[in-house]
Design a binder for this molecule. Sequence first.
Ligand code: BGC
Length: 752
Amino acid sequence: MSKRMILSLLTAVLSLGTVMADNIDEMMKSMTLEEKARLLVGVADEDYEPGTAGHQKQFVYGAAGVTYAIPRLGIPSTLSCDGPAGVHIDSVRPGDSRRYFATGFPIASCLAGTWNAELVENVGKAMGNETLEYGCDIILGPGMNIHRNPLCGRNFEYYSEDPYVTGVIGTALVKGIQSQGVGACPKHYAVNSQETERFSVDEQVSERALHEIYLRGFEKMVREAHPWCIMSAYNRVNGVYAQCNKLLLTDILRDDWGFNGIVMTDWIGKRADLPVEEAVKSGNDLMMPGYPVQIEDILAAVKDGRLPMADLDRSVRRMLEFIVKTPRYKNYRFSESPDRAAHAAITRQAGTEGMVLLKNNGALPMATTGKDTIALFGVNSYDFLSGGVGSGCVNVEKVVDMVSGLKAQGIATTPTLTDIYQKYVQYARVKLMVDKNPLMWFLDQGQPKLDEIEITERCIRHEAQEASAAIITIARQAGEGIDRQIDGEFTLTDLEQTMIQRVSDVFHEQNKPVIVVINSGSVIETVSWRDKVDAILMAWQPGQEGGNAVADVLTGKVSPSGKLTMTWPVSVYDHWSTRNFPQDYDMYSYQRLRQRNRPIKGITYTNHEEGIYVGYRYFDTYKKQVAYPFGFGLSYTTFAYSRPNVKLRNDVLTVSVTVTNTGKTAGKEVVQVYVHAPEGGMDKPEKELRAFAKTRLLQAGEKETLTMEIRKSDLASWSEASHGWEVASGDYDVMVAANANDVRGTATVKIK
Ligand code: BGC
């Protein structure tokens, strides 16, 4: 027998019992109804608590979800772990002295702040590699919801208030992750704009805003990056749960955008008001984390005809197509030892590049002599927050705090203050765990924020004698399930205001600068205090290398090149959406109200009354003053833009501009292209971002020509009259800008 014959015989024998990419239809015939039903329902651990992540104890401790295995058909269980800031698994395993740490990458808003798709793709590759090497098949990310309002508790897991930025950065991350042979699962599709009552809130949004704002980023990513999975959101969209929303899951996602992966629910059990078959019929293939009762429900629904067999089979086929792509199916021998040193380097680079310099009166970069001592204020200088809390946290080995970050670059911190804070941090960590409210389950998931302490004026005076400058860290923590409060979370607390005032008074008396580092996943109020300090750096939660990344920017090792992907308002009330955003939610009173079964604004339903006027689209069109505009970010150098050159050929606008580094230090610049469209019978925002690009590192005097393309179809608005995209005829102003309020050059093109 020839080699080839042996091979084909072997293949034939093997294929009898094993699902393969090319025999799925065949194999489905040999599956029992129960096997099919089970394949659509995850296998949750018995002690799994809904709403918490990292509770799986099968296969990989702390992974978020497992699918059903059918060994007789060669179908393995597949595993998903949380993202989106890295692989979320438990670091401790019972009976095992080894620790399983993953890399804490920068949070999503920081990644987007780089405006550097190539860099984000590299982060994705590292994340994908850790997913693979820790034995998982999918990472549950990126989070691609829109920052509708700064108070949303999960904004840190999302990219921007703008769908184009969301689409570009999301595409890059998904491509990077999937290049490693594992799947990405972008989430939460769609309109998961708030955390308050997230399991059921009805997000009421106009057809136009749905398409233009909330879906457009997902659309770009699906079309360009082909994710293996999508996670449907908990909430309802216009009355219908996202997980059984046929319009979203089938008509738009699959029929229109061509998605061919699986849709899984967000982590929830059986819903009292939603039969599971409705989810399957609408295009939601997998119920996660999965409960046995859902299997029974599917079986009953097939038996009594509520769920057509064809619908069940459609989802089963998609599940099998997905499974045969996974590392577990391919028997990949994972190492549990990804190259974390290399990934830390990528984290540091991305964290540094995502930081945004908001103010600088010349205090930065710090003049370093090699013998400098800094007085470091604020608890989170010593307990730096690398990421948010909840499912989106990562169990990292160590977070580099600012003391270590500065020290590594030859900058000491004043000993007394360092001692006070370091001892306090030790005490406060223990106290927090003892005192913790059991409802705050997420305190075990990531780094909770420790309370700030008061530093007396006498102590500040003592420190000012020894230090050449003061750095104050203002930090915020947030996570899933809870939106942010206005008082003391969006705004500063009295203690923080006093700290800024006292430190500034004392240090300025001695002509020493005061620098504020913001260590937060989201926007905070700045206008009431920013005039008191010399420089402000938005450091986000830049991942485990935090202190090193901050030091890179403060010392000028790297010139800041990040820009904001969301508007910073003067007051949170300035956002139109704040009129319809839950505030000061008290879970207990609402539970009582809900029992009366009455709709409650902002709680059981949220009207997106602002429509498309989210973020800069609102502030810009309605000429509202802001603290820092969308796209804003300072550098240690300056850039000059040439006149933009805009050409229209074959329905593609090509925009080019030459950027010259006119300052004295090397730096990178992000160039944004906004378009003002003719009305065409529709209400249009003043301008909308349609393209952007970032220069390479330009040395002083160096220039680079950036060329960006905008397809005519990218200029379209959604018409509620025709239920489709429309490009209005007329003159379009194409603006090349450094941020939404700093247009450097405009060209006009006529579009028919
Ligand atoms: C979150 C998801 C997460 C899932 C699994 C849910 O509570 O909303 O983002 O992926 O848990 O941990």
